[in-house]
Design a binder for this molecule. Sequence first.
Ligand SMILES: NC(=O)c1ccc[n+]([C@@H]2O[C@H](COP(=O)([O-])OP(=O)(O)OC[C@H]3O[C@@H](n4cnc5c(N)ncnc54)[C@H](O)[C@@H]3O)[C@@H](O)[C@H]2O)c1
Length: 415
Amino acid sequence: MIRVALIGYGQRGKFYLDAFSKYEDVKVVAVCDTDPEKIAIARKKFSLDENMCFSSDTQFFGSGKIADVLIIASMDQAHYAQAVKALKIGYHLVLEKPIAQSVAECREIADLAHKYNRQVYVCHVLRYAPLYTTIKKMIDDGKVGNVISISETEHVGWWHQAHSFVRGNWRKGGDTNPMIVAKCCHDLDLLVWLTGKKCKSVTSYGSLMYFKKENAPEGCADYCFECSYKDQCKYNAMKFYTEYPAFAFASGQYLGSPKDKQAIYNAFSKRANPYARCVFKCDNDVVDNQVVNALFEDGSTAQLTMTAFCEGGIRTIRVHGTEGEIEASMLDNIIHYQKFGKIYGVQPEEIKVTVEETFGGHGGGDEKMVDDIVHALRGDASAKGLTSIDKSIMSHLMGFAAEESRLEDGKPISI
Ligand SMILES: NC(=O)c1ccc[n+]([C@@H]2O[C@H](COP(=O)([O-])OP(=O)(O)OC[C@H]3O[C@@H](n4cnc5c(N)ncnc54)[C@H](O)[C@@H]3O)[C@@H](O)[C@H]2O)c1
């Protein structure tokens, strides 16, 4: 039996416990969260003993080793200290991305994993998404020859930017992580994993251009519920959160029924609710646009654009090799492949990738990653362990270097 404990029963933590508890040989044995309401929900759902529910990580770690694996799905700023304590106590880890808040912290976690011989899986779920596993296989099979350049766009989306990076938990880079690490470590990770190449250097530009006071409409209020523009503004909090109750829930400001629109409306009509604020009058400092250029050791290059200004929620990619090119989007999960030679009659191919109906997200990657981790924890030879800390750390080194470059006006930073 694999005993699982969790710190952080929020949006991600809920998914993990639901996903892990589907396996007959996995048992959820302990939950830790600072929010008593969340603890109560988890306790009931997984029939946990009272002494296996913890309201602080100090209390949790004080109990010694009470499970085999610990899932760390708390906020970014807690990951490092919790991971270090857990490794010293003897847990294997499923560690939400970002790994930590600096290169030194990330390296220390990797070193401790080696020192204590622990398995640490970083939740780079896109390595398991069928769209990207198909592209990876095509590259590995030589369909495009040697990859010379690769470009990605992370279409964050106006609404996601407003929810998470303007009003929400990831709005201040110093508290959590810079945007290029917090949101885009996935994209940087894909560049490294898909090409199998080592990054040598990065440059980056980016800024917070739009979600700031200068762009507030004349005379608009600090809170949407008091604002004369509320009927015409797409960022109107009452409207957005009643339309998308999942986000109302994710904000932690409303835990009631998703169908009770009036209750959601009321919850987002209060000054005490930070998600009720005008998007132009928050205390956010993370960028809403950023570009990263990467140079690999063999001279090949990669480019990533992150933008808030799109309908959003998708990623797109182009891979350019010596023998062909690939273009794909998470919007439709279709891969367009052209082996070079159209003028000689080589036809383009369209590959529709099947993504099963899932209860997790990330293009089907969430559940497939959990499945592989369960196999790895069982010691199955078939486990791929695609997101072990050693394989995952490069994305973070690139992300922190990109932020350093951005802050130094695009100076090249060696990895
Ligand atoms: N892999 C991915 O694609 C992906 C997607 C979204 C978020 N994340 C990451 O997952 C983590 C959690 O994000 P989320 O959206 O679930 O946030 P969330 O706010 O919904 O959940 C975090 C939970 O942790 C609890 N918590 C915070 N600090 C704690 C502490 N010190 N001790 C105990 N409990 C604590 C909070 O009460 C909350 O219930 C973040 O680091 C985030 O960056 C990863």
